[in-house]
Design a protein around this ligand. Sequence first.
Ligand SMILES: O=C(O)CCC(=O)C(=O)O
Length: 219
Amino acid sequence: MYEERNLRRALAASVETHGGEQAKRAAEQIVGAGPAAKKPALRSAAARELHGQGWTIIPSAFDLLETYRKPINKKLSGKKEVVFNHEVFEAGASNDGKRLQVALDGDVGAQILAVLWQELTRADVVSDEHNVNTLVALLSEAGCARQPCHTDLDPDLLTKCTEDTMPLLILVALDKDTSLQIWPMDCDEPFELPLPQYSALVFRADLRHAGSAYERSNV
Ligand SMILES: O=C(O)CCC(=O)C(=O)O
């Protein structure tokens, strides 16, 4: 069991260039989008920031996800998967076992993905090549260490990606005091990027980052 008052909840989702048709259809119903009309290349201020520095924040767009806290909490009180969390990023390295995740699938997952897609579309950071899929809730238990620096996909496999086809990751902070460690391009040192409650961090799959250390149990 996790102490309700000590939980911070976040959602992480991936935006990839394949899969996720169900969520996209659900999203299309919400936003009323018809059959895909080819959009011009991404050019909103948020999209320019995303591809210029590697990330952008969509502020306070996700307070309506509060509605889904009950089912998310229920999932988090069940069986969870351990996420890598060792000091050295290598197979078999020790892991404190305090960074955990659970897949958010089924109807609730599809509904949340639809909300995400709607906001990503509104912010104009996704292209017709993107689909949103693979939704997880992340939980860091008290004393969870910082993750090692990593990218979620191998950057060597992404060199041919355009802004329209670059896979993206989204981290939604459902509680206060969430952050992510970020290594901007060409920087050896990370900085801690605070994520305001209900904001979403959208970042490119080639951005180096790490989950923050947390003193108290949180997501
Ligand atoms: O736990 C977090 O805040 C981020 C996790 C993460 O970046 C990852 O597992 O790839």
